[in-house]
Design a protein around this ligand. Structure first.
Ligand code: NAP
Ligand code: ZN
Ligand code: ZN
Length: 352
């Protein structure tokens, strides 16, 4: 296949695990028949961006441009594009392509397709090298992987729905969290704060677990019925064996067994956090009470659109702190200190 024509956009990129992110110019393909060209307005800052930029998962391709919580305006579409036109407000999440024919893709579970291609960290089949993410002025994406943003939501505060939103919405829906259930959310970061909002919106009794006592008032305001400071053993013991479901959104090493012990018989602990090192799971907390330990990865395209529409109907957005592109390295350091309320979003006009 001959290389398509390309155009240049400004971006922020890093060239090694030790280097800070810095200004760079990158290439995007001119839109082909099925492509949508998007000018990026806002991009959320996911902890995965930091794991990836610093090669904590050992698959980073440099130069790396993170960013997969993208909201922007369509500026051009290919001749075959049906769903979008110039001027539309759209979103792009963690996926930019998949095979579109396998059973997973036909079930709308593109995130599990063997050929799924990620927004960054994937393979650029058109221009070569790795795919480059949303810390940039523009991106070109196949129309099947472009989402429609609800018109009533603040686009900056809606940007993190594209990863933090769907990653928490999907497991809560899959395991049918709802009224009459006691549900725990572990970690009040970008994912966790959306987990609290969704679990509350679905009618569950919501308990937020945090290592940061200073986040208690915010957790209650965001929708938690109770807050547990996880370092306090007495507070933890008071909830032993009482949860139907726990969603763990912690980005670093922590004691998973402490949460397994809080589940009822047949309760389920679902991991969405992706710490760089393996977690030690003890046998007995699983064997007793027949508990499950599971995982969940983002969500497919139909469910991501369903989640965005749900947020539009219920006026749900993320609590954000807007930053300029040149504040990204400082934002990463604050994220490592759990000092985010509760998602950084980059104003992409700051890259002009
Ligand atoms: P984040 O905003 O940095 O939030 C992580 C939270 O975890 C912190 O705010 C903190 O909450 C808690 N935490 C941090 N260090 C901790 C430690 N050592 N022990 C216990 N708790 C700790 O991160 P995020 O963007 O929400 O992402 C969370 C994780 O999910 C990351 O690993 C990310 O890569 C992963 N992720 C997975 C998927 C998926 O598809 N499965 C999608 C997106 C992201 P408190 O202050 O309340 O304790
Ligand atoms: Zn993410
Ligand atoms: Zn597929």
């Amino acid at each position: 296949m001959s290389k398509p024509r390309a155009y240049s956009v400004k971006a922020y990129s890093t060239t090694s695990a030790q280097s800070p992110l810095a200004a760079a110019t990158i290439s995007r393909r001119e839109p082909g028949d099925g492509d949508v060209r998007i000018d990026i307005l806002y991009c959320g800052v996911c902890h995965s961006d930091l794991h990836y930029a610093r090669n904590e998962w050992n698959f980073t391709q440099y130069p790396a441009v993170p960013g997969h919580e993208i909201v922007g305006r369509v500026t051009a579409v290919g001749s075959g594009v049906k769903k979008f036109k110039a001027g539309d407000l759209v979103g792009v999440g963690c996926l930019v392509d998949s095979c579109r024919t396998c059973p997973d893709c036909r079930s709308g579970l593109e995130q599990f397709c063997a050929e799924m291609n990620m927004t960054y960290g994937g393979t650029d089949k058109f221009l070569g090298g790795g795919t480059l993410g949303g810390y940039s002025q523009g991106i070109v994406v196949r129309e099947e992987f472009v989402l429609r943003m609800p018109a009533n939501l603040n686009p900056a505060a809606a940007a993190p729905l594209l990863c933090a939103g769907i990653t928490t919405y999907s497991p809560l829906r899959h395991w049918k969290v709802g009224p009459g259930q006691k549900v725990g959310i572990v970690g009040l970061g970008g994912l966790g704060h959306m987990g609290v909002k969704f679990a509350r919106a679905f009618g569950a009794h919501v308990v937020l677990f945090t290592t940061s006592p200073g986040k208690t008032a915010d957790a209650l305001r965001l929708g938690a019925h109770e807050v547990v400071v996880s370092k306090d053993e007495a507070q933890m013991a008071a909830h032993a064996g009482s949860f139907d479901f726990i969603l763990d959104a912690v980005s670093a090493q922590h004691d998973i067994n402490a949460y397994l012990n809080l589940l009822k018989r047949d309760g389920n602990l679902v991991l969405v956090g992706a710490p760089e090192k393996p977690l030690a799971v003890a046998a007995f907390p699983l064997l007793f009470r027949r508990r499950s330990f599971s995982g969940s990865l983002i969500g497919g395209l139909p469910e991501t659109q369903e989640m965005l529409d749900f947020c539009g109907q219920h006026n749900i957005t993320c609590d954000i702190e807007m930053i300029r592109m040149d504040q990204i390295n400082e934002a990463y350091e604050r994220m490592l200190k759990s000092d985010v309320k509760y998602r950084f979003v980059i104003d992409m006009t700051s890259l002009k």
